[in-house]
Design a protein around this ligand. Structure first.
Ligand code: KIV
Length: 275
């Protein structure tokens, strides 16, 4: 079988190899032009996040995003980026009914051009992860602050604070790894807990408001560029400020992540509330 692109697309095998010697840089991306730029700047993984509901569509949460929306943006990103590994988010309501529903919707996203799908949730999603992985769909888990559950959490709050919640989150992470997840986003959890998960897991861990000990980091592209208004979470850093150009900002992010300079202590959460 021959492939057509001059630049071979990164595989999970490549990412595991890179992660043995340096950190991985991941960014969200929603269109072909940004995909080409981020690709040229050396971003390893592009995530078509359901954050597109907020930063592209203007909703106040990710809940209105559909599989068709994510598939549309995934196809655009896949056309724009030749090298980066592409992960697509499974939106709210597209996988919670069970493994068969998740598999069918994941196929739509894989056929749109991603190499992996991401699903939010803990141990309750383990059977769904196992079902998909056994049928050829690589899965990125997403634990901690899972924005699709904002109405259960009562807001966008740091998760895993206190011994009981930390133990539950650790159990979730282990169950998802045992089910076959190859990657895991850890969002908005206290740094010591995120570090403990990252250091005790074999899969690739990607932090956002988590710990520099993770295998890599992710940010929403618009946050990295300082676009948008409103309160910014602690883990956001505007890399465009002072960088001079979009390319310089993205290259600075990639360099800081790869070298373990980002996130700094000011971008992660202490164990006790208020940190
Ligand atoms: O939708 C998204 O952008 C995400 C990242 C913040 C991890 O899930």
């Amino acid at each position: 079988m021959s492939t057509h692109s001059a630049t071979p697309r990164l595989t999970l095998h490549d990412l595991r190899k890179f992660a043995a010697s340096r950190k991985l840089a991941m960014l969200t991306c929603y269109d072909a032009s940004f995909a080409a730029t981020l690709d040229a700047c050396g971003v390893d993984i592009l995530l078509i996040g359901d954050s597109l509901g907020m930063v592209v569509q203007g909703h106040d949460s990710t809940l209105p995003v559909t599989v068709a929306d994510v598939a549309y943006h995934t196809a655009a990103v896949a056309r724009g980026a030749a090298r980066a590994f592409i992960v697509a988010d499974m939106p709210f309501g597209s996988f919670q009914l069970g493994p068969e529903q998740a598999f069918a919707n994941a196929v739509t996203l894989m056929q749109a051009g991603c190499q992996m799908v991401k699903i939010e949730g803990g141990a309750e999603m383990a059977a769904t992860v196992e079902f998909m992985v056994r049928r050829g769909i690589p899965v990125c888990a997403h634990v901690g602050l899972t924005p699709q559950s904002v109405n259960v959490f009562g807001g966008y709050r740091v998760q895993g604070r206190g011994a009981e919640a930390a133990q539950r989150l650790l159990g979730d992470a282990r169950a998802l790894q045992d089910a076959g997840a190859a990657m895991m986003v850890i969002e908005a959890t206290p740094e010591p807990l995120a570090r403990r998960i990252a250091e005790s897991m074999q899969l690739i861990t990607i932090g956002i408001g988590a710990s520099v000990a993770c295998s890599g980091q992710v940010l929403v592209l618009h946050d990295l560029l300082g676009a948008g208004v409103g309160r910014r979470p602690r883990f956001v850093k505007n890399f465009l400020a002072g960088a001079g150009s979009l390319e310089a900002a993205v290259r600075a992010y990639v360099a800081d992540v790869q070298a373990g300079r980002f996130p700094g202590p000011e971008h992660v959460y202490a164990e006790a509330a208020g940190g």
